[in-house]
Design a binder for this molecule. Structure first.
Ligand SMILES: Nc1ncnc2c1ncn2[C@@H]1O[C@H](COP(=O)(O)OP(=O)(O)OP(=O)(O)O)[C@@H](O)[C@H]1O
Ligand SMILES: [Mg+2]
Length: 383
């Protein structure tokens, strides 16, 4: 941590949460500025996932914007097919975000362990469609769908997670280039106005990856992926595969990975997707009520790479310690008891009583970035 001097918070603990109110079990995920832990909230005995975000690394990597954005998006959204937020709080060194804990690991991990067959893939994609239908109904585009951000519960239901790049749709959003190359829709990559079909493109890429083990438009960086996309419209041909996949599935993928959003399945709404012949036997109500029969069930026990998540950062990034705490003003959230359907009007979005300044939407670097629609491109660990 170099020369960082970190004071401890002295806030009113009746409303202000702190990490001591949780038992930390072990890490289950990490990024370049955060670790995700399995925790138990001591009072409620509830098992949760807790994302512990190091402020000095977020600032160094200019990810303040997406970090604050994740909490904002999660305070609007709540649904049975996403990882819902329970609390957000901070001290001088860290931001903390607790969410539903999912035991089954992420799809990236499971892709390395398991060769999915068609019916398993169909079930996973059905869960993703239900989750996205809800997110889009709130006028939000997820914009960072990829196997790392789809989590399984112990039964095999799949959940949308990681809303750091999610955005409320705006007519003019061409400057907002966010996401992970390889999954980002061509219209986002090419800095055009984009909407919900950008997420459907990512669903097509993910399904292509489940089927073939690779993305339709591969590349080591944004430039290479862009070149591939501009080169030609890739088409999946299941006849060339060693395992058997149906023609309906092939058509579904090919309609989703259309580089022109107007030609893409889902451009005219989610019903176009749900009514595709590949999904004709999906019992949507049963899946939504979790009364269906998931085909792929994750193994019991730990579903993550223990060695990877336990490692400390060795990327040489110097934490930036001379930041203003005001950057993180308002990072606080306590879930409303018994609320299952939180939306804007219902969410309890309390501010803590500590010395943090309330957010000024028009001032402070992070708010300004947000107002300008700051772009943020993820590095895909697997490219
Ligand atoms: N609620 C959860 N339950 C179980 N595992 C989780 C949960 N949230 C995250 N994880 C694990 O941690 C990993 C990283 O979490 P997440 O996607 O939220 O952060 P990130 O993309 O790496 O970081 P950031 O968005 O901060 O850059 C996930 O890919 C997943 O394996
Ligand atoms: Mg992620």
């Amino acid at each position: 941590m170099g020369n960082c001097i970190l004071k401890t918070d002295d806030c009113d603990t009746t409303i202000c949460l702190n990490p001591h109110q949780f038992d930390f079990h072990y890490p289950i995920g990490r990024s370049s500025f955060s670790k995700v832990w399995k925790v138990t909230q001591k009072n409620s005995k509830q098992v949760l996932a807790l994302k512990e975000i190091l402020k000095s690394r977020v600032v160094a990597q200019r990810h303040v914007n997406s970090t604050l954005n994740e909490k904002e998006m999660l305070s609007i959204l709540r649904h049975p097919f996403m990882t819902n937020m329970h609390h957000a709080f901070q001290n001088h060194s860290h931001l903390y975000l607790t969410m539903d804990f999912k035991h089954g690991g992420d799809l990236r991990y499971q892709l390395l362990k398991h060769k999915f067959v068609e019916e398993e893939a169909k079930f996973i994609i059905s869960c993703v469609i239900i989750g996205l239908e809800y997110v889009h109904s709130k006028q939000i585009i997820h914009r960072d769908l990829k196997p790392e951000n789809l989590l399984f519960d112990e039964k095999g239901y799949a959940y949308l997670s990681d809303f750091g790049e999610a955005k409320i749709w705006a007519q003019e959003n061409s400057n907002d280039v966010s996401g992970t190359p390889g999954y980002m829709a061509p219209e986002v990559l090419c800095q055009q106005n984009h909407s919900y079909p950008a997420d459907w493109f990512a669903v097509g890429v993910i399904l292509h990856e489940i089927i073939t083990g690779s993305r339709p438009f591969p590349g080591k960086n944004l430039k290479e992926v862009k070149e591939k996309i501009l080169e030609s419209q890739v088409q999946l041909n299941v006849d060339t595969l060693s395992t058997s996949w149906s023609k309906a599935c092939e058509d579904f993928v090919n309609q989703l990975i259309q580089t022109n959003p107007q030609n893409r399945l889902g451009f005219r709404g989610v019903d176009e997707i749900k009514n595709h012949p590949w999904l004709k036997d999906v019992e949507w109500d049963k899946v939504l009520k979790k009364e269906a029969n998931p085909r792929f069930v994750p193994k019991r026990g730990n579903n993550f790479n223990r060695e990877y998540v336990s490692k400390d950062w060795s990327d040489g990034i110097k934490p930036k310690c001379d930041f203003k705490q005001e950057m993180f003003a308002g990072y606080f959230y306590v879930e409303m008891p018994h609320s299952q359907n939180v939306d804007n009007s219902q969410s309890t979005n309390m501010r803590n009583k500590s010395s943090f300044v309330q957010p000024h939407i028009q001032s402070g670097s992070s708010s300004n970035q947000r107002a300008r629609g700051k772009s943020s491109v993820r590095v895909d660990k697997n490219i």
